[in-house]
Design a binder for this molecule. Structure first.
Ligand code: NAD
Ligand code: 6OH
Length: 490
């Protein structure tokens, strides 16, 4: 028996129908290693069928759909997600082991918001028009018409599976595209439940397709190398982004990449210490540190260094690892045994690099079935510097290195000394400093005295190894639609 029910058959969804294949792989729960489901892996032919179904949908009535029709459809999808809320929560929790409370308040709640937010965005969106007046007296009216990008490949990771999938599918459908989604092999379930919801909401067949599988030699590669796709929107590791870029480069397709991070927090001596520690605890440990926005580098002004280390380590120790259904649980496992191997390799590396382990550093033992899961202790290090690999490479777990700084310039230099550039958080009660430092962060998103407070209209994305492009609000519309300019002589 799986964590939240009997193991499921997790099928592909192509042209409005669920499709089994001859080849399955097994998805295990990271809570206790039990089997969650058997996933039907899509081969080249099924991926091809999905891309063709998407193209056929664009060539049919969906291609002529109006903005009000699509905004209405997105709202119906949001309503149906609310109606099937607990099914999605169960799917997400079965795959990830995250606490039920988090799946309810963050993951599935955001899926609803994503569809409503992009219904509002598309309904309110107008493109520029202007009169051209040339020196020779000619005049013309220029206006742009938004067309869908076309067949969009949506490739998403396992950390916030439904949240990140809907963050891309909602604007893609708002703009009139048809999508072929490739969920992570670690989290196939919620995309399959969403397929049922799409059908219930009246999404035309072929507009939302799901193909399951892995990256190289599997559905991910078949999709990104398929000549029928018009663009790829991808969230995942930077190295995978690089591989996808190579895959689409022969046909010069646009990409939108939300990639890895090694995000910094800067804590100034004038910060409200309780609020800062509370915020740092959230930014380091939320979702077991598996959020692209999580903090893994914490720079603290020297006079308050010991206080921050003590406060944050108390917060780490207060975490309750446990069963997702237990209301007392505050931290779930890592996504898989394989990912825990990676995180543990950094726990070993940190010690080789001379880190002092302030708290954590090991694997919790439960004395029950959970010892077959992928659990890890929240871990904090001191004694590391920016030249250590542990401080330069993304771990993607509930870990952070805490390091001192002596001046504002010093803090900015240390925070910006990274190949990544997704997010930063500045903790200070000095208003001018907050703005000044936040603006100098080489990142896509800076927070002042908060973290992961997201307005879906704001631009989201990174610089450097953290990605290409921005999504969010009208920024998403720029990727998922292609303006056609019309110039009319007057
Ligand atoms: P991943 O790159 O291993 O996998 C992501 C997706 O890509 C999966 O669906 C996978 O099957 C697929 N994939 C892998 N290789 C592929 C290939 N060659 N061609 C096509 N598809 C391929 O990432 P992950 O381990 O699932 O997720 C964790 C990573 O995601 C971390 O690096 C994290 O920082 C990043 N992430 C970034 C953001 C962001 O918004 N910047 C958000 C969440 C996660
Ligand atoms: C990455 O792991 C989290 C991304 C969050 C969002 O894209 C969002 O919508 O807030």
């Amino acid at each position: 028996m799986g964590l939240l029910g009997a193991p499921k058959n997790i099928e592909n969804f192509v042209a409005g129908r669920f499709v089994q294949t001859g080849k399955t792989f097994t998805k295990h729960s990271p809570v206790d290693g039990t089997v969650v489901g058997r996933v039907h892996e899509a081969g080249q032919q099924l991926v091809d069928a999905a891309v063709r179904a998407a193209r056929a949908a664009l060539d049919g009535p969906w291609g002529a759909s109006t903005v009000p029709e699509r905004a209405g459809l997105l709202r119906r999808i949001a309503d149906r997600i609310e109606a099937r809320f607990e099914d999605l929560v169960k799917a997400e929790v079965a795959d990830t082991g995250k606490p039920l409370t988090q799946a309810r308040t963050l993951d599935v709640a955001r899926a609803v918001t994503n569809f409503r937010a992009f219904a509002d965005t598309i309904a309110a969106h107008g493109l520029d028009s202007f009169i051209t007046e040339l020196p020779d007296g000619r005049r013309a009216l220029n206006y742009a018409v938004g067309k869908p990008l076309g067949v969009v490949a949506v490739i998403v990771p396992w950390n916030l599976p439904l949240l990140l999938l809907t963050w891309k599918v909602a604007p893609a459908l708002a703009c009139g595209n048809a999508v072929v989604v490739k969920p992570s092999e670690e989290t196939p379930s919620s995309a399959a439940v969403l397929a049922e919801i799409m059908a219930e909401a009246g999404v035309p067949e072929g507009v939302y397709n799901v193909v399951h599988g892995f990256g190289p030699g599997s559905a991910g590669e078949f999709l990104t190398t398929h000549p029928g796709i018009d663009g790829v929107t991808f969230t995942g590791e930077s190295a995978t982004g690089s591989a996808i870029m190579r895959a689409v480069s022969p046909r010069v397709r646009p990409v939108s990449f939300e990639l890895g991070g090694k995000n910094a927090a800067l804590v100034f001596a004038d910060a409200d210490l309780d609020k800062a520690i509370d915020g740092l605890a959230r930014s380091t440990f939320t979702n077991t540190g598996q959020v692209c926005l999580c903090t893994e580098r914490i720079y603290v002004e020297r006079p308050i260094f010991d206080d921050v280390v003590a406060g944050l380590s108390a917060a780490a120790q207060a975490h309750v690892p446990g069963h997702p259904e237990d209301a007392k649980t505050t931290m779930g496992p890592l996504i898989s045994a394989g990912h825990r191997e990676k995180v543990q390799s950094y726990l070993r590396l940190a010690e080789q690099e001379g880190a002092k382990v302030v708290t954590g550093g090991g694997v919790p033992l439960f004395g029950d079935a959970r010892d077959h899961g992928a659990w890890i202790e929240p871990t904090l290090w001191t004694g590391l510097t920016n030249s250590d690999r542990t401080v330069r490479e993304e771990v993607f777990g509930p870990v952070a290195a805490i390091m001192p700084f002596d001046s504002e310039e010093d803090a900015i230099r240390l925070a910006n000394d990274t190949d990544y550039g997704l997010a930063a958080a500045v903790w200070t009660t000095n208003l001018e400093r907050g703005h000044r430092v936040a603006q100098r962060m080489r990142v896509g998103l800076s927070w002042v005295n908060t973290w992961f407070l997201r307005d879906l209209r704001s631009p989201f994305g990174g610089v450097g190894l953290s990605g290409i492009g921005r999504e969010g609000g009208t920024h998403s519309l720029h990727f998922y639609s292609q303006p056609t300019n019309v110039c009319v002589h007057l």
